[in-house]
Design a protein around this ligand. Sequence first.
Ligand code: SF4
Length: 371
Amino acid sequence: MSGRDSGLQDPEAASGFSDLSDSELLQIEEPKIGEPQLLSGPRPQHVDSRTANVEERKKRTAKRKRMRRTPLEAFHLRYLCVTDLSAQVWCEQQAVYHKEKPSVQLPEKTTIVLNTGKSIHLARELQDHNLVPIKTRSREDGWAIKMINILLTITNLRKGQRVRECPVFGVIEGVFVFGIIDQLNYTAKGELQLNELKTRESAYMPVPAQKKRDRFQVSLYKHLFDAMVQGCLTQDIFIHHLHLKPKQSLGQEIQEHAQKAGFMVQCFEDLLELVLLNLTHSDIPAIDSLQIEYIHQKTNTLLGTEVITYNHDELMSMSHYFLAYWKGQRDPNGVDIEDTWKCSYCVFADVCDWRRQRADSLIQKGREKTT
Ligand code: SF4
């Protein structure tokens, strides 16, 4: 289909359950090299801070054990978004606070940057296809929209066309992970390329810490996509992890749109079988190359392109570490001392336990040196 194929718009994605909404970059200014910032959070008086820190962490661990609920269970999450995991690359504690305190307002400037980024993404998407709003009546309907969009993606890739907003999912270490790839296209050499768009308020390329997060994000997309086209998904995954009902009838609108796209389906299982069959027999190759385009929001000019070298072992090792938190195998960690500059841009700086504990421990160390 050339240029104007219809993509279905998932209301679940629009309401923040997909990673569409947080695929933008916040403006972070470069820290001055060699000047780690002093932490200045409130600290308890007349308390041995090291003892207090240890006691506090013990209490938190004990509380978690008592509750016997993993963070996935505590936050009622059936799956994680790719951007949930990539947010941990930046600061895991911050990612957790975003789940714990969803009502904390982002600064107005940040919201404007995010909304501008969303508009630029949308404009790009509309270059390739129309968006069709669809009413959903059940969770199965919501996932059916993703499935239909995958079927459209497969159709277009098989024709050698560029696709945008391609849903990907899979299970990593027992956790269902979902994401949306900005763009897939074939290069002049016929290789399948993933192209991620990042928009920036500032007119310069991101700092290494941001690039690291972005590198992890696109690598995870590749891992999920490759597993999908290699036939690694099974029906059980959707039933077991997402608790979807296979026999659930799909809404009238969903059925009609599937039919318009050339697929006859009545219940969720029909669609699931179709997707799995198409993925397994589509002959779509694995992703050959990964790149990230950084665009300046104000001028819409390209700031630069990063070509990412996929490192499977590194990706798996980082994913293992991040998932361990969600599975309740360890407490969340904040930034390392050399990254405390990130706290200056963090909306949770005033309430962050990690920051306070690190500040206390620095003060304690200073005291020990002077005595
Ligand atoms: S204040 Fe610093 S350590 Fe705490 S959540 Fe924010 S960035 Fe992370």
